[in-house]
Design a protein around this ligand. Sequence first.
Ligand SMILES: *Cc1c(COP(=O)(O)O)cnc(C)c1O
Length: 449
Amino acid sequence: MKIYLNKDEMPTHYYNITADLMNKPLPPLHPQTRQPIGPDDLKVLFPMELIKQEVSAEPYIEIPEPVREAYAIYRPSPLIRAERLEKALGTKAKIFYKYEGGSPSGSHKTNTALAQAYYNKQEGIKKIVTETGAGQWGTALSFACAQFGIECEVFMVRGSYDQKPYRKLIMETFGANVHASPSELTEVGKSQLAKDPANIGSLGIAISEAVEVAAQDEKAHYALGSVLNHVLLHQTVIGLEAQKQFEKVDAYPDIVIAPLGGGSNFAGIAFPFVGEMLRGGRKVRAIAVEPASCPKLTRGKFGYDFGDSAGYTPLLPMYSLGHEFMPPGLHAGGLRYHGASALCSQLLKDGLIEAVALQQLECFSAGLLFSKTEGILPAPEANHAIAQVIREAKAADAAGEERTILFNLCGHGHFDLAAYDDFLQGKLEDHVLDEEQLKISAAGVLDQF
Ligand SMILES: *Cc1c(COP(=O)(O)O)cnc(C)c1O
């Protein structure tokens, strides 16, 4: 069963959960002065409209008409009932998923890329510099920049650059200029390579490189594909559409599940439902799923930490493993980030959402079962959500309860075939993170002031 929306039923506004929170997240702090940052501190990197969204407490923010028109290339995305997966599991649970892999980048990232490119264009910006981990964000921003006539420069984590040459090539077809990170083009990159010429890179390092380049060019800005409030805001189109789609079939999810790297696709699908609950509406369990090898929500520390590894970005109030944490070369590249968005962190701290960490072998098995039954090969990141969906369906059956479960199939895995190949050949293994090591890296997270 596929539940479609007409174009004229697409959301006209983003939903800002900050408006409905009793405890708003703490303010970001200046990396040097450690005082709350103001709009002026962010002006070198972001357009004013996005800075306003970052601090807004308005519940609804209008989606500009040109952005809605660009969304219409691939939105609304379908809400699909995974009937064949349900049958294979023999579960009584009703499992629905929102499929974001139909976008030009193959993931949800296009939802914020288009909005960010638009606001930058409005402010006369000529070039956007960014980082990409697994490659989805770089692809999304390359496409969005092409739509709005802006140059795009991407620092791509070396590990992915080598593993996924096709990701780099698709960015180039959209017109982007792509470098492997760490690179010789920035001070941060050079210092990392001096320490270790074989450095496979990390999102933290790539962010530092992109920020360094953007800050030196007046006509250039930086863009982030996750973590920040405005990014989460743009992704709420996913959950808002899902709410309308559920209305059409008179259903409602008891549980909403998504993988969490920085928090944007999780927030995108879950926040509209959590907001409904906060305003006295129906209860929902929202579960963020992270990899056991990068477990910031379940084993990290809540405090202030940098968004990048070099300490250029503001200090953000979040669950973090420490900004120098180097996750193992995990295949779900999009989940290798050391921290989690301030909003997701605050909601978890306040018990409004849940978090679990899963090992990768269970996730890949779940992804293959999904692919065989539903006919879509999921991104390895999305496999984390699917594995948890299966756990929840089984738990509901065991308890004799009928549950409706919604998850975010945030991307397809067509560029991740090397990862599936490794899995099928038995080359992947589960990682156990040493508690002592975690303690050492988490010492980089500062206590709340
Ligand atoms: C980027 C990405 C993620 C992780 O980022 P979030 O901001 O947590 O959503 C997960 N899945 C896919 C497919 C991605 O591209």
